[in-house]
Write a protein that binds this ligand. Structure first.
Ligand code: GLU
Length: 525
């Protein structure tokens, strides 16, 4: 284990416009490791791809990390001693290092065209052997280079990888991993157009930023030999590596991908989550693309009103466990318990149902005022209350949130209770509910009767309301449940919701009366 004070870890996202769950999980493990060791957590931006090199593509990543409380000590917006933390601004440094690799004989100019490489690859495939570049257009002398250039060729720079022996890596998660050098390609590190590739840039940055531990997704394990080769060729200390299992899709071991929505929607829990999101987005007029507004991306959870602590707790367990029993960890507990040694080797499947269970758990821990504060912004966005909400609206919301209990699983679920906010004379009725529960003369008679008795009630509260409903149902010979449904549709416009007495108590007598009148007056279509 490195000396605690020297622990420096990083994540290195490309600015892709959205924060993927897999990346956040990697970020979280890096962050926990850094904080545990009183080290530094660095955010570096791998923006060598010019199409993606745009600020608005980075913003959602920074925002998502902040929302989850994964703060970085060096990087965009906070700066640091090794600035700039953007690869696009470090090309001069990469140029120097490429020159040094060439001088040391660890890299060479290669004048092959892409077609020639493709041909060699094809031939290898046809012969069912591993493709290894023949180095036919490698120029090691000025004369060779001149000859190729005379043909109009432009050089890329490739690593000159060893072709025998093996590399052993002691991975902090996977243990001993062996690679045979003869299976490693001469990776291009600088393209013929002068741009630099990830493998070079990442090693230079990891060295220059004094990264002690590279904790990253498993898909980079196969990249490690050529990166270690660069470190060693330059005489630089090699960081420790820890390759984390992939975050897999629901019910399989394949990597969770934003491009497989159709497949994931066949999973009922995933579909439910998407539906919940769609409902909330519709209600608050949220226009956002499926690229970011789907459960593979963190933005989805923030927008629909998940609690960051629920997501952090869930993600912590997506590839790590303390003892196969303990599920709930506060941030402090995670900081005490997390260790790379207990990161599992196998892919961890994203389970929307389990995530929801964490969300519900953390919602239950909140006080009423905290929940009200969480839901109010959704009501503002839906145009159901003023901005800022007035005391009457806040009080109404308090009552609704209290009565709803654990029905409000994410903050945005408050939009299920729109009917309370709509002005009484503008209440609309669900067509099917109205046909079923307000369609007959008998049902309307019940509404009228109830209305009359309600206006005469001495005390207006839940118990009295319950008594009144029971009285009428006994006297008129209708089932209590049926009478309640009729009245529910009359005062809320819908056949679903929490207890009728609760609903009416929240609305208050005047609003109930106004709504009962409206139900009686509105012509049935
Ligand atoms: N930009 C790379 C990625 O997001 C970084 C990989 C690494 O951590 O070395 O996959």
């Amino acid at each position: 284990m490195a000396d605690d004070t020297t622990v420096r870890v990083r994540i290195a996202p490309s600015p892709t416009g959205a924060l993927h769950l897999g990346l956040v999980r990697t970020a979280l493990y890096n962050w926990l490791f850094a904080r545990q060791h009183k080290g530094r957590f660095i955010l570096r931006i791998d923006d060598t791809d010019p199409v993606r090199n745009r600020e608005e593509m980075l913003e959602p990543i920074l925002r998502g990390l902040r929302w989850l409380g994964i703060d970085w000590d060096e990087g965009p917006e906070v700066g640091g001693p090794h600035a700039p933390y953007f690869q696009s601004q470090r090309t001069e440094r990469y140029r120097q290092v490429v020159t040094e690799l060439l001088e040391r004989g660890a890299a060479y100019y290669d004048y092959a065209t892409p077609e020639e490489i493709a041909e060699e690859r094809k031939a290898a495939q046809a012969e069912k052997r591993l493709f290894l570049y023949s180095r036919r257009w490698m120029a090691e002398t000025k004369e060779q280079a001149h000859r190729f250039e005379a043909e109009g060729r432009k050089p890329a720079v490739r690593l000159k990888m060893p072709r025998e022996g093996r590399l052993v890596i002691d991975d902090l998660v996977r243990g001993r991993v062996e690679f045979e050098w003869q299976r490693e390609q001469d990776q291009v590190i600088q393209r013929a157009d002068g741009t630099f590739l990830y493998h070079l840039a990442t090693v230079v940055d990891d060295h220059d930023f004094a990264i002690s531990h590279v904790i990253r997704a498993e898909e980079h394990l196969s990249n490690t030999p050529r990166q270690v080769f660069i470190f060693q060729a330059l005489g630089w200390p090699v960081p420790r590596f820890a390759h984390l299992p992939v975050v897999a899709e629901p019910g399989s071991r394949q990597k969770l991908s934003k491009r497989k929505m159709e497949k994931y929607l066949k999973n009922p829990d995933f579909a439910e989550l998407v539906e919940r999101g769609a409902k909330i987005a519709r209600a608050i007029g949220l226009k956002t693309s499926p690229e970011v507004f789907n459960p593979v991306m963190v933005e989805f959870y923030e927008r629909v009103g998940f609690l960051p602590q629920a997501l952090v707790n869930y993600l912590a367990l997506l590839g790590w466990s303390l003892d196969d029993r303990t599920e709930f960890f506060t941030r402090e507990e995670l900081l005490r318990s997390f260790s790379l040694e207990r990161v599992i080797g196998a892919a961890a499947s994203f389970d929307p149902k389990k995530l929801m269970a964490f969300q519900v758990h953390y919602m239950l821990e909140l006080g009423l005022d905290e929940k009200v504060a969480l839901v109010l912004p959704y009501l503002v966005k839906a145009g159901l209350v003023h901005s800022p909400p007035n005391p009457r609206e806040t009080e109404l919301t308090r009552k609704i949130v209290e009565a709803a209990g654990d029905r409000i699983k994410v903050a945005g679920d408050i939009v299920d209770y729109q009917e309370f906010y709509i002005e009484d004379d503008r209440l609309s009725y669900d067509r099917a509910a109205r046909a079923e529960w307000l369609g007959s003369a008998q049902q309307l008679k019940m509404v009228a009767l109830f209305k009359e008795r309600l206006s005469q009630m001495a005390r207006f509260d839940r118990q009295e309301l319950e008594r009144l409903i029971a009285d009428i149902s006994a006297a008129e010979g209708v089932k209590t449940g049926e009478l309640a449904q009729t009245l529910r549709v009359a005062v809320t416009g819908k056949a679903i919701g929490f207890g009728l007495a609760d609903t009416m108590a929240i609305l208050g007598r005047e609003r109930c009366l106004a709504r009962l009148s409206r139900a009686l007056e509105t012509k049935l279509t």
